[in-house]
Design a protein around this ligand. Structure first.
Ligand SMILES: [Zn+2]
Length: 483
């Protein structure tokens, strides 16, 4: 007995040593590149963002008409306010409103860089709930208010501010730079980003990297980390909605059969909610752990450094919160259910729609198979809504030059922030560009807290003036660093 106990203690000791050694070798990846004195941007840049917000370039829904005068007015404003961009860069317009600028580099053998943003915005919602008008562009000397100040006019204006400044300084890039500005991102990007990507593909253009919106400099949003964390999306989840329909005989509710179309659909939805797809640490989440784990408090560092042992624990911690769960799993969200019109009539037809966000490494076909298996009832017709299927984006590497240059620029412009790759949960226009490059990164230089995130597509969207100005410096430095 004593022997067994001694062996056990030995094993525990060996295990502890392994855990500690692994944690000690879990070294920080947050390299320093020295402070840079960023260029000053001021009043003129503020006025330009304020004016950009004033054009109500709203995307309502696919197929619905837009306020063409707002879109035309916005383009006119861009061309007027950025005269060097307008005269020195080559402009191509797609479906009337999406813009692709080409800034020719000196060295045609280098692959170009594509900087993206979109300038359509979602509707303001309950206008009365806004503290300042959603299209006011009001500057209260701390914030600029209005739709697009976070998503995503601020990025477009920041790119233009940076390029106009570089042009005024006589800067000529070594590699060609494209600026791709979509007008319909909020409703799929079909006519904007997708058309631009198809055009580039047809011309045989390959890019070194693409940078689009998606993530941000987050403040207080990464658990256990006090410092801000600049997150860069290296992949994005896929999208699939499925309609479930059952048709059965109905009848009077005084003599119900054991089952009806309604109970069958309710059961199917309940089964999908109860039995979800398995959690997994996908590539971008593993990379996140590699970059952020070493900055965690000691206890968490030991866990993150020893995924070989703690993976089940990590997965159960992630699965515990809605936002964590979305990072490790293909999520299941029933969003529509319809049946019945009268309290004493059993409906003959019932339907539901369930929305899935697909984890990289899985596909819409995998999800459909899962659905069939879980429901396991031939009375339920399972039908994917074809118009909205996106497979998860391919996984962009962190050792590629594009990621490294974004990383370096972030560490220079936001020296107080850690930088980490991660998985983007929502769809961006950049997904259309996977035919142009393997290196697609999703980050816009805005600083956000959890409270700010609610303003994106919500009420009272606004950006802090100092954050916006720093965002311009980010693009300015990024272009210089990308040479
Ligand atoms: Zn956006």
């Amino acid at each position: 007995m004593k022997k067994v106990l001694r062996l056990f203690l030995w094993l525990v000791a060996v295990l502890l040593i392994i855990l500690i050694v692994k944690a000690l070798f879990f070294k920080s990846l947050q390299a320093n590149f020295g402070e840079v004195t960023t260029v000053g941007f001021g009043t003129e840049s503020l006025l330009n963002l304020s004016e950009a917000v004033k054009y109500p370039t709203v995307s309502y829904a696919p197929g619905l008409p837009v306020d063409t005068s707002a879109f035309q007015g916005y383009i006119g404003f861009i061309r007027r306010k950025y005269p060097l961009v307008d005269s020195l860069l080559h402009l191509e317009v797609f479906n009337k409103f999406s813009l692709l600028y080409r800034w020719d580099g000196r060295n045609a053998s280098l692959l170009p860089v594509i900087l993206m943003a979109h300038y359509d915005v979602v509707p303001p919602g309950d206008t009365a709930g806004w503290e300042k008008g959603p299209f006011s562009g009001l500057n209260d000397s701390t914030f600029i208010w209005g739709r697009g100040t976070l998503d995503d006019k601020a990025a477009m204006i920041s790119i233009l501010e940076a390029v106009e400044r570089l042009l005024s300084e006589g800067f000529v890039p070594e590699r060609t730079i494209y600026l791709s500005f979509g007008h319909d991102e909020e409703i799929s990007g079909e006519k904007g980003a997708r058309a631009i990507a198809a055009y580039l593909e047809e011309k045989g253009v390959k890019a070194e990297y693409v940078l689009d919106e998606g993530m941000a400099v987050t403040v207080g949003m990464v658990p256990m980390i006090k410092e801000p964390v600049a997150l860069v999306g290296t992949s994005e989840k896929g999208y699939l909605s499925v309609r479930l329909t059952a048709e059965m005989s109905g009848g009077h509710s005084s003599t119900p059969e054991k089952e009806s179309a309604l109970t069958v659909i309710a059961k199917a939805v309940g089964a999908l909610a109860a039995k979800q797809m398995k959690p997994r640490l996908a590539g971008p989440v593993n990379d996140f752990i590699r970059y952020i784990g070493p900055e965690m408090p000691v206890f968490a560092r030991v866990i993150f450094a020893n995924k070989w042992l703690f993976k089940p624990l990590l997965l159960s911690i992630y699965s515990g919160s809605a936002s964590g769960n979305a990072l490790v799993r293909t999520t299941t969200a029933p969003t529509i259910i319809q049946a019945g019109i009268k309290d004493n009539v059993i409906p003959t037809r019932a339907e539901a729609v369930v929305n899935f966000r697909i984890l990289p490494g899985e596909s819409s076909a995998d999800v459909l198979e899962h659905i069939r298996k879980v429901i396991d009832d031939s009375r339920v017709i399972i039908e994917p809504l074809k118009d909205f299927i996106n497979e998860p984006a391919p996984f962009s590497p962190t050792d590629a030059a594009g990621f490294q240059v974004i990383f370096k620029t972030l560490r220079q412009v936001y020296p107080e922030a850690y930088v980490a790759p991660t998985l983007t949960l929502s769809a961006t226009d950049s997904r259309h560009f996977s035919v142009i490059t393997d290196n697609i990164y999703r980050f816009a230089p805005i600083r956000v807290t959890a409270e700010d995130m609610a303003r994106v597509h919500g009420l009272n969207e606004r950006t802090k003036i100092e954050d916006y100005l720093r965002g311009i410096s980010f693009y300015y430095m990024l272009i210089k660093n990308s040479q």
